[in-house]
Design a protein around this ligand. Structure first.
Ligand code: ARG
Length: 279
């Protein structure tokens, strides 16, 4: 049984994970992924979250849906409501009926965006404080973010993602607490950087070599930050800022363009405190 304050997140075991198509610059079908290693890395990450007190719920894996492991893209959770994503690529749009079914079964109110716009859920829309920071261009549409802002009644700050390697907002921006976030400056244009500096007083810049290791794609549990391995500068900067970094090796998932954050979807909502669990 979980206590009301116990953080809850959704993950999907990587039984059918693999590189079967190429929809972002990280994916290379001929290089593929090592299934046994991916499974060990995923399991270690899962155990780490459980060890930190997170209640991890599991989505049943489905054959033919290799990216279903990236639950962050299922949709956006807001006060017991699941706003289902509209994926830009058909290969991922096929995941939506499975997510919709899981969320309906778990007691969420399932809602959909209008058909003519794309939105890739918590991968592109992250609360920092009560503002929704919204990445657009490669996957989600700016119009979809405006629609979401109206639908939820929240302030949305759209940020154009100008670097195709950082195609979802959660690959280059990670709220740690209201007013505090990690970011990779070169993923944004001058205007986006200005928006971030204006609205997030404490921004910790991640170096390019570590952003390339998906250092920004971190999961925050209270003041603990779980991020991909071999990001030493990030770990030091987090420690100096009062956080406890934990490294997990998720390199098999980097091959699909994802890491820790992409493999989770917070179920108890990000709206109150940003991507932050606990007190
Ligand atoms: N291969 C997946 C895609 O391109 C990776 C998704 C990563 N998810 C994320 N939230 N950044 O759609």
């Amino acid at each position: 049984m979980s206590s009301p304050s116990q953080p809850r997140t959704l993950m999907c075991p990587p039984d059918h994970y693999g590189i079967e198509y190429e929809i972002n610059p990280w994916m290379n079908r001929s290089r593929g992924a090592d299934a046994a290693l991916a499974s060990r890395q995923w399991r270690h990450f899962y155990d780490t979250l459980v060890g930190l007190g997170v209640r991890v719920e599991l989505m049943p894996p489905q054959p033919g849906l290799p990216d279903l492991v990236f639950t962050a893209n299922a949709g956006l959770i807001f006060h017991g409501m699941f706003l289902s994503s509209r994926f830009r690529h058909e290969v991922r749009a096929r995941e939506s009926p499975h997510f919709d079914e899981w969320f309906a079964g778990a007691g969420f109110r399932v809602e959909h965006l209008p058909e003519e716009m794309f939105h890739e859920g918590a991968g592109d829309a992250l609360f920092c404080g009560d503002t929704l920071f919204a990445g657009y261009r490669t996957r989600s549409d700016a119009t979809a973010h405006q629609w979401v802002g109206k639908f939820l009644g929240v302030r949305v700050l759209p940020l154009e993602l100008v670097n195709p390697r950082f195609y979802h907002l959660d690959t280059c921006f990670c709220p740690l607490a209201p007013g505090v976030a990690l970011y990779f400056p070169e993923a944004f244009d001058d205007y986006g950087r200005r928006v971030l500096h204006t609205h997030v007083p404490t921004l910790i810049a991640v170096a390019e070599s570590e952003a390339d290791r998906f250092g920004c794609n971190a999961v925050v549990v209270g003041t603990t930050v779980i991020h991909n391995s071999r990001c030493p500068k990030l770990a030091t900067d987090l420690t100096h800022a009062g956080y406890r970094p934990i490294e997990v090796e998720l390199d098999e998932f980097l091959k699909a363009g994802g890491s820790a954050k992409c493999l989770t979807l917070r179920l108890d909502g990000e709206e109150a405190a940003g991507w932050r669990y606990g007190p």
